[in-house]
Design a binder for this molecule. Sequence first.
Ligand SMILES: [Zn+2]
Length: 161
Amino acid sequence: MGYYIDGPAKGKAVFIKGKYGADIISTPAVFNVPAGKALICVVDNGPFEAAAYCFNVREFKAFSDHADPRPKKWLLMDRSKAEELTGYVSPEPEADKGPDMAEFLDEASEALLGRTLSSSLIDNICVSCGKPAGEFNDALSKKEYGISGLCQKCQDIVFGH
Ligand SMILES: [Zn+2]
């Protein structure tokens, strides 16, 4: 953890706003950063402030921990400028594919197929046809089963092999 923007020890939010055209925003409730923008959290450590680039939802959660009493200011600024200043290079845009995605897949598969993806994976059956997952042609198909819950036969139908 830790990609930071340099600046004066105190007054970093105002400094970044003035120098790089950032907008000071109210504390965000969720990690929802507009395209091309970067979310910066200025944390007041007492003698000095740190301006951290919250480049993904994990960083954001780390800085928005309500148990942390340090005063914070939040800024939105140009993403490429933030990455130039912090040295952080973003990989593919990172979405929060945590429990929500699993929940969504379970709900969708239960509605469509009458069984959940997670229960199918635990039972080692195919989420689509309900038969034992059985053998796979290759490692990729086996990996695909872990994602979609489809047996080899159903994968062949879905992906048109
Ligand atoms: Zn199947």
